[in-house]
Every structure is written in C-alpha cells, then in structure tokens.
Design a protein around this ligand. Structure first.
Ligand SMILES: [Zn+2]
Length: 1051
C-alpha cells in the first residue's frame, strides 16, 4: 500500500495537539483510510481541519493518538445525528459543554425546568458526566509506521434509538402544543445591547455598503397611496384592537426595502404609529416585518386575513447578502449558512435559538454560463496551509514581496513554494492574479497528485442486484429495469473504463459470467444461503466496452428468463452479501431492485410494520429504525470498501424501508420508493429515475470535509453518509442531487476576528479517472448584535437543518415531539427577536419578525405536515414515512423548499389561448390552499416529486374532452394522461415537460384528480394543501396564531 507522500513531509511542522484530541496530526499512524486497504488514502490528513488554538511552534510528536480514527468507521448516532460535540474537549473545564443529550421532560412538569434549558451552551450547566455521554475508548498509541487493520467499528447500540440522537447541542425543547412555554429570562433579554443603532457599515468592517438592508435614512412617507392598491389580495383586514393597528390597517410595503406587500419597515411604522420623534429613527438599520393578529389569547376569531400572510410564491430566494458582502465567495448553491452573520460570543449564540450551521451541496450544478475552473499545480503540488491544510483560496493574503502567504483559516504565515512565487504589485496583489482562478474564484477544482491516492483511481462501476421473484416479474419491474439499463449503457460515465455486473435472486442467488469471449452469459446458481461463496470471482465484474455484446444479450433475455418464475421467496440479504464480495476489490455503485420482503438467510425481515399494537406507543419509533443489525453492519462494510448502495423498493406490501433504507443512508446512497409498482402506471417514473441515477455525473470514492476559522467548529453532521473520524464524511459516491447539513458552535467565549472563513473540500475520483478536489470557500462577518444575526438569516438553510434534525428525532421519539421541537424553536427565536424591539416601539399585539424569516413559520408548518412528520401513525404509511425521510435528508435546499411549499398553478386559461407557447408560459404561483381552487379551472400541483392535476367540477367540457377524450368519464385512477390529437393536449404535455426539466432529479408522475372525487382528491391533493386545516393538523392561520400566542407569553 502506498503511503502518503508530501503529507509526511509536512508532518514535522504540525503542532502537537492535546493528547486526546481527535484532530491529532499524525500522518503515519492509524487512519482507517490507510489501514482499510483499497481506499483513498491520504484524505484523512488532507482534510484535516484547523487545530483549535494550536501554538505555531510546537513540534509534532512522532506518535500520536487518534481515538476516533484508529477505531475505524463510526456508525450510528455519530453518523446521523445529534451527538453533542467532541466529548474529549469537555476535559477542558474552560470550554462550556452543550447539553449532553436531550431527554424530553415529562409532560406536566415543564414549568419546573430551569431556565438554562431554554438557552444553549453559554448558559448550560458546567461540564459533568452524564449518563447520555458516549464513552470513548482510551487513546490508542500506534508505533510509527505501523498500520494496524482496524475492525469495522459499529456503534455499540445496534439501533439508532439512542438518546444521543434526539437533540442537537442547542437544545430542542419539547413543549406540548397548547401548553404554556416556560418563562425565559426576559429581563436579561430586554437589557440586550442597543448598539443596533449603529449604521450597518460600522457593524461589518470590510462589508460592502451595497447591503440591501442598509437603510440608514428614514424612508419617504408614502405608505398611504401604496397601501390602497397593494397586493392583489383584496382589501386589508378590518382594524384590530389597538389604535396603532387601526391606523395601520394591516400591511404596508416598505418603500425602500425590496419586500413584498404585507411588510413594512420599522421606520415607517414609527412614522405612522408609534409617535416617536423622527430623530429617534435616524440611523436605524434594522427593519422587520409584522403581522397584526387578534391579541385575545385563546380567541378563535382569526383577526387576520389569510390573504396577507407571507408566502414564498417566488420559490427559494437565495440570500443575496452572502455574495454581495464577499464577492469572492462561492455560489450559495454550494454552501449556505443558516445566518451569514456569525455571532461573536457564546451568549449571543444562545439567544439565536435557530440552528447555527451550514448546508453543503458540493457537486451542485454550476450556475448557468459558469464552469468550475480546473487547476493543475502539476509538480508544484497543491498549495495549502501547512498547519491546517486549508487549500489556497482568494482569501489568502500574500506578503513579504510575494514570498509568504497568510492562511485565512488559521492565520499561519506560510512560505510560498518557489514554483508558485509571483511578485506583488503596488497594491499588494500578485501580478499573476488574473491567471490564477484559485485566487479569484470561490469554487475551483484541483487535480490531485499521486499522494492523494493509495491506489489508481477506481473505474466507475455499476453492479445490479435484481429481484426476480414472482412479484418482480408480474409487476413488470424486471422488464422495465432490464430495458432501462440497456438503454443507458452508452451513456454510463467513464467509457472505456466502466465496469458492470449482475446478480439476480429469489430463494437462491444467480451469478452471471460476462466474460468478453462468451457469446452469451453463463448463469451460476448458489443455493446455500448460509455460506455464500462467489463462483468465478474474476468474470462476474467485467469491463462494459469489452463485454458489451454479452451484456446486451443478458439484458435482452433477462425478462424472458424468469417470466414463468413462481418463486415467492427473497434471499435479499445473502444477495447483497454476494454482491459485496464481488465488488469489494473496487467499490462502486450497487443498485438493488427489490419487490419482496426479504424472507431467507441473513437480513430476513418480518412484517413488523403490520403489528398494530406498537403504533401509538412509546415504541412506535422503533419501527422507523432497522431491527436487524445486519443492515447497518452491511452499510458500514460497504462504505469502508467504497460501495454506495441505491435501493429501488417496489413492493406492493409492507417492505420495511426502515431496514432497507439503512443501506442507502450510511453509504451516501439513495432510496427510490415505488409502492405497489405496476409497469403500466409507474414505468415512466422508474425509467426516468433509474436513467438519471445511471447517467448523472458521479464522484467516486470521495470524502468531504468542511473547515472553518479559529474559534468556530462544526460539531454535528446530518444527512445520508457515514462519518469517518469526527469530521470526515465518507461518500462512496456523490452527485449533484445530494446535500449535507452540519451544525457549528463557538469554541471560545468571544471571537476576536472580524470574519470567519469556511472551506468545503470534496476529494474524489472523477468518472474519467482523475483524482480531484473540489473546493468551495466563503467568508462571513462576525457580529456582536443579535439583530444582525436575524437579519442575515437564511430561511432555506435553517429549514434544511430543521428538517434533518426533526427526521432524526423521529427515530428516537414520537412524531409529535419532533414537530413540537420545530415549533418551539421558532417561538423562541421570534420571542427573542420581539424582545429586542417590541417594548421600545410599543408594538402591542403585533407579531414581529425579521424580514429574512418571514417564511419560516410557513415552512415550519409545512415541515410538520410533511410525510415523515405528519399526524399520527395512521396519517402516512410507515414505509412511505421512512422513504420520504430518507429522501428529505438528502435534498438540496431548493428542492426541499419546493417539496414543502409546492407550486400550484392554474393552466386552463393558458391552454385556451390561441397563440401561447410554452416559452411564454408565465403562470403565477398560487397559495397552496383550497381557496385558490376555482371549480371552473384546471390546476397543476407540483412538489418536485409528483404532479397532481386537478379538474374543477365546472371546467368547460371542451377542455376536458381535449385533454382526456372519452377517458374523462371514467374513474381517474385508471386514466393515464397522454398526448392526444389536440392543441390543448399538446400544450399541457409541454407544460408538464417544462416543469420536469426544471427539476430533473425526480420524475413527477401525473395523478389526475377530479374535484369532489373522494378519497382520491383528499389523498392526492387536499391533505397536501399545507395552508389548510386538515384532520387534526393546523392551518396556516391557526399556526401563526399559536406561534404568536406562545411568543407573547412571557414576552
Ligand atoms: Zn491554516
């Protein structure tokens, strides 16, 4: 095995770290990468984060201790969840420890909880050992040069049900809805620093004055005329109780701030209502939004016109300030922070209440017209900080005539290698700056030299494991899968190196010899499931271009080979084991197609989801995690050998997605769920999604690390992956459809820097066989005021973290607790924000919130109503919940927001227009509520995963006939929408095609719904109109009022 090259050369310069730190700097010792054989080698070093507070001069110890790394892979709660920071650090009494684990308070005793429960780290009790604290093995000292082969380390708990997972370090507190919120220390909140009156520019040194919020002059008073014809939502609501409100009559748009109607700036409110002298508002920089609400607690009268509630009808609007403040930052599609104003103290952090962290989509498609520059340093080697290993980026500064550069992450002054030297001009800029994308772009890709690999880059490898039991054949799945794979063979990435192989299974395992010299494949059947062996290990995995004709013959004959199969069993587990044995020399993607609940051999499952006695009890959550440790163990093995698993589950019965999904979850894979798959109905969806899975650009054998500046540290990671070491995310395969979230905390009481830098690095093998590092760098200002944090908040990133935290929580707690935690964090944030402003400005019964968070309550509500979290057990099928949970854990921000608040558009008028073309399609989105539906209309509901096409009762018959012909009279569950010989039909199909092109990651299947046709209408549409009250679930107005009441309590 090749060891690291230049990494070793750097070793002597590494400072020594605390003995127990998992960040230790050893290079030749015991990383699992080096020891685990055919994997990628030096990433563990290459991706090492900045050592906190490391002195620059201390030499490195030759032997170091890496408790995490030496124990191999970590599975379980580290990987998925809320493990509170690195426990070893708690040995340092100077560092406050976040709450170790969340234990839901018993109902009824909430009010007795001490205040600190509701704040986080800064006010948390001092460190002490708690029962929930993970116990770590003593540090292992490895002799230099000795590379032991660590066992795969599975978390000691076989299931995900540990208490450590339920809660992030910043406590999510459970308060049953309707119950009063415990008092917060509002006195101290009121005494919050009032430095907020500083102009924005001074709050952010080096901060561009372009900030849209930097309104320092009172705006012209022009609200009255605006307010008479605002919106399009009809007249404002009748005046509510206070004179102030009466005067306001609801909502006036802020003249200078680009905000939609229904919001107005603080300055304006003061002019109109508060009676404060004009001078008092000079220089105010913060603006907020507000809603007037009935202020009678418990009042059922809405007191609020639903039409004026804020709605994200423009979809996800990425925060501009991030890029405007720092034009050298990477695009926000790669990295978004929950607030791009980093708190300078722990006490500030504790008053933020929302997640503090980032969402990363390392391989997001580049913005239109842009390409990621590729940089090859060739013999120079990649320029990095020798201490913290940060990659060269636009924020590194050159000094000493160009001979030194200062690291923006750890501030170390590094020597510029001779080959990379360039003189500085009069402004201190390198004279070659314009030829150096790595110094001018926030996103670059480096070609990695040999020391970033321990073996030649692997070829793209696709291995298919296909169920051929009777239900797989009868559903038509086998035929669709075989045809789709065949149709994609020319487009698989990596020609001519691509490798391919197949296993099929029912009660036995069938291997296929695909050797290129054969004219047709040879099938070998293994029936001994307890002792799986691989016959002909060399010819089961073949080079696609060499064996192409054999592969073609195999795929052509596959459906007919099993057409008369009556076998009802499934040796699923043994089949995966066999596939693993075939693949583990190289790694790659394992695609499993599964129709029948695993019934034979290891990993067999039982119909536990059908056990009604468990539902509604404290044990219900156990149904959402795997019962058999086989699945997690298998996933750990796969990750170790660079195998990503994608599961296509197509059963018509309960199939235990909780267990099957584990394979995808911990290997960076993906779950595709097609309940009751029928080829005649679902064929297009499966075809499209499988084709995308096979042909999209994929990064292989990769690891991801995010570094950040001194004083800040990423502590928890959330998404579908496995953690290798404390901060290295292992991703056997990754693509543009996957995002990951992480939370950070402050390591120091007070940050003294003005800026914090972040760098995301993904080391991977490209399909073309190059080892590469994609690097995204961004900066964010450090602030000393809470108002600024809220103003720079990014609702999309916050919701992405909320989503992942809440879904993880459902694996250990009841659904209602996961929902409640979302609600309570919103309440606490809004209360905190209100306390900043309300009293001084006499806002009375108004609900106020920062403009940046105006959609937060709605998205929070949508999250609570999303399939993984909604209602009780009867409100979504167990498998459906688990599948949706796996999907949502991986979605990029934009896709997640659209899933939560779908597009609803009316199209009948457009279809009726004579000349309109899809290019002219400019249909405005409607609020997602039944009130938007006119029974004379035709509507499309699009959440990115499916279309619901709703036909109003009074829709003109000619439209219906044009679109559906005679089918219009039949039961819609049997109607397939297809293009007919009419202009309207063609136009509708074009619209749908266009919508699909906007969101290509999934194929939206059409579901036709007729107004009033139950239960179909209810199932597909009405329960998903998230603004409406359905069953026991809140509507938008109720939800806002509930939040408002809770905010006001103790405010
Ligand atoms: Zn550094």
């Amino acid at each position: 095995m090749k060891t690291t090259g230049t990494e070793n050369a750097d070793r002597a310069n590494f400072p020594q770290r605390p003995a127990a730190s998992p960040f230790t700097a050893a290079s030749q010792s015991t990383t699992p990468f080096l020891s685990s054989g055919p994997v990628v080698g030096s990433e563990a070093f290459a991706f090492r984060p900045a050592p906190p507070n490391a002195p620059q001069t201390t030499p490195s110890a030759p032997q170091t201790t890496r408790p995490y790394l030496s124990s191999g892979l970590m599975v379980g709660s580290e990987a998925s969840g809320f493990r509170p920071t690195q426990p070893v650090r708690y040995n340092d009494p100077s560092i406050p420890r976040p709450p170790s684990s969340f234990v839901p308070p018993p109902t009824g005793t909430l009010q007795h909880h001490p205040t600190p429960q509701f704040f986080s780290t800064a006010q948390a009790p001092p460190p002490r050992t708690s029962p929930g604290q993970p116990v770590f093995p003593p540090p292992i000292r490895a002799p230099a040069g000795h590379v032991p082969s660590p066992p795969v380390y599975l978390h000691s708990q076989p299931q995900i049900s540990s208490g450590q997972m339920g809660s992030p370090p910043q406590s999510i507190n459970y308060v049953p809805s309707g119950r009063s919120v415990p008092p917060s220390s509002s006195d101290s909140l009121f005494s919050a620093p009032r430095s907020t009156l500083q102009p924005l520019q001074s709050a952010f040194p080096g901060y561009s004055s372009k900030s849209p919020n930097a309104v320092t002059q009172p705006p012209p008073v022009q609200s009255a005329p605006v307010f008479t014809h605002q919106g399009g939502y009809g007249p404002p609501p009748p005046a509510t109780s206070t004179p102030f409100l009466a005067h306001q009559r609801g909502y006036v748009p802020p003249p200078p701030v680009a905000a939609p109607p229904a919001f107005y700036s603080r300055e304006q409110m003061q002019h109109q209502g508060s009676g404060l002298p004009m001078g008092a508002v000079q220089g105010l920089t913060e603006d907020f939004s507000s809603l007037s609400l009935a202020s009678v607690p418990g009042s059922l009268d809405p007191g609020l016109d639903s039409k004026v509630l804020p709605r994200p009808l423009d979809g996800d609007v990425e925060p501009k300030s991030f890029a405007e403040m720092y034009p050298l930052n990477c695009n926000s599609r790669y990295l978004r922070l929950t607030t791009s104003a980093i708190p300078n103290s722990q006490s500030l952090t504790s008053r933020w209440h929302l997640p503090l962290g980032a969402v990363v989509c390392p391989l997001a498609e580049a913005p239109e017209g842009e390409e990621v520059p590729i940089v090859n340093f060739a013999t120079t080697g990649i320029i990095r900080c020798r201490r913290c290993r940060t990659y060269v980026n636009p924020y590194m500064t050159f000094t000493d005539g160009g001979r030194k550069f200062r690291c923006n992450i750890c501030a170390l002054l590094n020597d510029v290698p001779g080959d990379y030297f360039a003189q500085l001009d009069a402004n201190g800029r390198r004279i070659d700056l314009n030829e150096r994308p790595e110094l001018t772009k926030g996103t670059v890709e480096f070609i990695a030299p040999a020391e970033y690999m321990v073996r030649p880059p692997m070829p793209p490898l696709y291995f298919f494991v296909i169920d051929v039991s009777i239900s797989a054949v009868r559903s038509g799945m086998l035929e669709v899968v075989a045809q789709t794979i065949k149709s994609c063979l020319d487009r698989l990435p990596g020609f001519p190196r691509t490798q391919i192989g197949f296993i099929t299974f029912d009660s036995s395992i069938h291997f296929y010899n695909m050797k290129s010299s054969l004219t047709q494949p040879q099938m070998m059947v293994v029936t001994d499931l307890d002792d799986i062996f691989v016959p002909l290990p060399d010819d089961l995995l073949v080079n696609l271009s060499e064996s192409r004709s054999v592969v073609d013959v195999f795929l052509d004959s596959l459906p007919s080979m099993f057409q008369d199969n009556v076998n009802m069993e499934s040796a699923f587990g043994p089949a995966i084991k066999a596939a693993f044995m075939v693949m583990n020399q190289l790694g790659g993607k394992m695609l499993i197609f599964q129709n029948t609940l695993p019934s034979l051999g290891v990993g067999r499952l039982r119909l536990r989801g059908d056990d009604l006695r468990v539902y509604g009890t404290d044990k219900e959550h156990t149904l959402r995690i795997p019962e058999d440790p086989f699945y997690k163990q298998m996933a750990a093995d796969c990750t170790k050998y660079q195998i990503a698993v994608n599961v296509y589950a197509l059963s018509d019965k309960y199939t235990d997605i909780a267990s099957l999904g584990t394979l995808a979850k911990y290997t960076g894979g993906q779950i595709y769920y097609y309940p009751s798959f029928q080829s005649s109905i679902h064929k297009e969806k499966l075809r499209h999604e499988l084709a995308r899975d096979l042909t999209r650009e994929t990064a292989w054998e990769s690891v991801l690390r995010i570094r950040c500046g001194k004083g800040v540290r990423f502590t928890t990671y959330h998404g579908n992956f496995m953690l290798r070491s404390t901060d290295l995310i292992a991703l056997p395969a990754v693509d543009c459809d996957k995002a990951y979230a992480m939370q950070m905390s402050l390591e120091e009481t007070l940050l003294t820097t003005q800026t914090v830098y972040f760098q995301v690095a993904l080391l991977y093998t490209s399909s073309s066989g190059e080892r590469r590092i994609r690097v995204h760098t961004a900066a964010a200002p450090v602030v000393s005021e809470l108002g600024e944090m809220y103003r720079q908040a990014d609702t999309g990133a916050i919701i992405s973290l909320f989503c992942r935290l809440a879904i993880e929580k459902t694996l250990s707690y009841k659904l209602e607790e996961a929902r409640s935690s979302i609600q309570q964090r919103i309440v606490k944030a809004f209360r905190e924000y209100r306390n900043l402003y309300a009293v001084q400005h006499r806002l009375g019964g108004r609900m106020i919130y920062p403009e940046s968070l105006k959609f937060l309550p709605l998205y929070g509500l949508a999250l609570c109503k999303s399939i993984p979290l909604r209602g009780g057990y009867a409100d979504a099928q167990l498998d459906e919940r688990c599948a949706a949970g796996h999907t949502m854990m991986a979605l990029p921000v934009k896709n997640l927001l659209k899933l939560l608040y779908p597009n609803l558009v009316r199209v009948d008028e457009y279809l009726g227009k004579a000349s309109s073309k899809p290019d002219e399609l400019n249909i405005s989105r409607l609020p997602v509520t039944a009130e938007s539906l006119d029974s004379r209309g035709l509507y499309i509901y699009d959440d990115g995963l499916r279309f619901v096409i709703w036909f109003g009762k009074m829709l003109p018959p000619d439209i219906a006939m044009n679109l559906l012909g005679e089918d219009f009279a039949t039961d819609f569950s049997r109607v397939i929408l297809s293009e007919r010989d009419s202009e309207m039909s063609r136009k509708l199909m074009e619209i749908l095609k266009k919508f699909r092109e906007i969101d290509p990651s999934y194929y939206q299947m059409n579901h036709l719904v007729r107004q009033g046709e139950q239960p179909r209408e209810g199932f597909f549409l009405l329960t998903n109109l998230i603004e409406d009250q359905v069953g026991g679930m809140n509507g938008y107005i109720d939800w806002i009022q509930q939040i408002h009441r809770q905010v006001q309590q103790n405010a």
